[in-house]
Design a protein around this ligand. Structure first.
Ligand code: ZN
Length: 215
């Protein structure tokens, strides 16, 4: 069961990824995480990536794809994997296609989470954080006492990149980048679009229904 997750920031992709990991026992592969792990372990590719990062440059696709390939070849990916946050561009999608063919792990399905912009802005720009790691939402999950963390009593705050302006910008960037990818994968017939406005459990039941043919 080899899955790619697509969806704008705030569409609930992360929540569903966690549920998939728990339910099917397949790992979620986040490129950020495996990149950091390779840098820490000072693997050949990790060191190559670090040289770019130290200069403030983006890690080039060929380095990243090598790291992904190694990760997908690890034993815990035998039953499948969930790729989250990758690919982001058409060249990355092409490079990924090549390595997946090489290691004989073709993508079975791409789950594309759709949520209208206005709702995404409302969800994300209402987010409140606490330095203890707790998170809240102004409307959907406010702290019991306004502005104060339920757990540690500290003042909650909004992250600078969660303001309405910042969220709208992120969505624009996401769309510009991802739309060509969505069109590309639609043609392959393995892209399924999900209504991310539904209740978390309802969305997950829908996903399970879609995945029965791969389990
Ligand atoms: Zn707190």
């Amino acid at each position: 069961m080899n899955i790619i997750l697509f969806g704008p920031p705030g569409a609930g992709k992360g929540t569903q990824a966690k549920k998939l990991v728990d339910f099917y026992g397949i790992p979620q592969i986040s490129t950020g995480d495996i990149l950091r792990a390779n840098v820490r372990a000072e693997t050949e590719l990790g060191l190559a990536a670090k040289a770019f990062m130290d200069r403030g440059d983006l890690v080039p696709d060929e380095v990243l794809i090598g790291i992904i390939k190694n990760r997908l070849n690890e034993p815990d990916c035998t039953k499948g994997f969930i790729l989250d946050g990758y690919p982001r561009t058409l060249p990355q999608a092409n490079a990924l296609g090549v390595i997946l063919e090489e290691i004989e792990k073709p993508i079975d399905i791409i789950l594309n989470f759709e949520v209208p912009d206005e709702e995404l802005v409302e969800r994300t720009s209402g987010r409140l954080m606490c330095k203890c790691g707790a998170s809240y939402h102004k409307t959907f999950n406010p702290p019991k006492k306004a502005g104060i963390c339920d757990i540690c009593g500290a003042e909650v705050y909004q992250r600078a990149d969660d303001t309405e302006e910042a969220v709208k910008n992120r969505l624009e960037v996401y769309k510009k980048q991802t739309q060509p990818l969505i069109d590309y994968y639609k043609e392959t017939g393995i892209l399924v679009t999900l209504d991310g406005t539904k209740d978390i459990n309802e969305v997950f039941e829908g996903i399970k229904g879609i995945l029965t043919k791969f389990a």
